[in-house]
Design a protein around this ligand. Sequence first.
Ligand code: PLV
Length: 320
Amino acid sequence: MAGPFHVHTPLLESTGMSKRLGTTVYMKMENSQPSGSFKIRGIGHLCQKLASESKGVVCSSGGNAGMAAAYVARKMGVPATIIVPSSTPQLVVQRIQDQGATVKRVGKVWDDANAEALRLADDDGLTYVPPFDHPLLWQGHSSVVTEVARSLGSGVKPGTVVVSVGGGGLLCGVVQGLKSAGWSDVPILAMETVGADCFNAAVKAGKRVTLDDITSEAACLGAKTVCQKAFEYSQEVNIISELVTDQQALHAVETFLDEERVLVEMACGAALAAVYSGVITRLQSEGRLPTSLGPVVVIVCGGSSVDTKQLSSLRTKLLG
Ligand code: PLV
């Protein structure tokens, strides 16, 4: 199969979230992608361009980029090796293996796994699939905004778009998608958890910084350094960088499950917490977002690192 590999996902109105914010909130349901997250948009696009003649792909990942690469490689008939850090739960390792890929665990955090992926690509002549730092990924991810524009119809413009940020690939795709939709002035709310906050740290420092460690349970947001392009965009367009705690991200995951009947992982909980933990309401009261806000679009990025067992162990760990 030559792709495209992603599907056009639904844009659903959330009654519960709209009630909280007093404006319409739309959820872009990337959890319903075949690999469980938005990552397949960019990775599918990159593999179509770079891996059709490949003897194999190697991808470093916190989990979801690996899921996407494994799925796409299987569809293309190309072998896949996915390198994950020890923080990636076994349940997602199993899911990647179920896609037919080989999984290796290397190091404590994604940056360690990435060093090994680069080495393997070099030594074994494999096609390197990065999880967030590549123009083809951003181009692929930008289709999420194109779809939102189509679903909203002409004359309707988002008041803000809410995204989670790990290494910044989704953020770059959303910036590019907004530009091509003629929506460059729409503010983006970039959400991270405390302890996986490389974008926020860069925005605060006015330059890219490398975190000492990743201490958040949202392991899929756990890149130590944000990609250069995301940092550049933070200085060019209106991106508001905000943090929530792991407890708030978990609360968001649980509220979303209760109200929308959909289970997503902590990385996605960070974006949902913008609504459920009152971040948007606070930004409105601070004058950083308009009081009379147009429709809010939350990118429900999804994620496969979660099941009921994982959820209850997170509960024990974070809430005691
Ligand atoms: N996860 C990457 C990077 O991890 C991965 O390897 O899967 N939401 C979900 C569910 C994600 O999995 C990720 C990234 C993000 C949001 C953030 O996307 P990014 O990295 O493009 O900012 C280290």
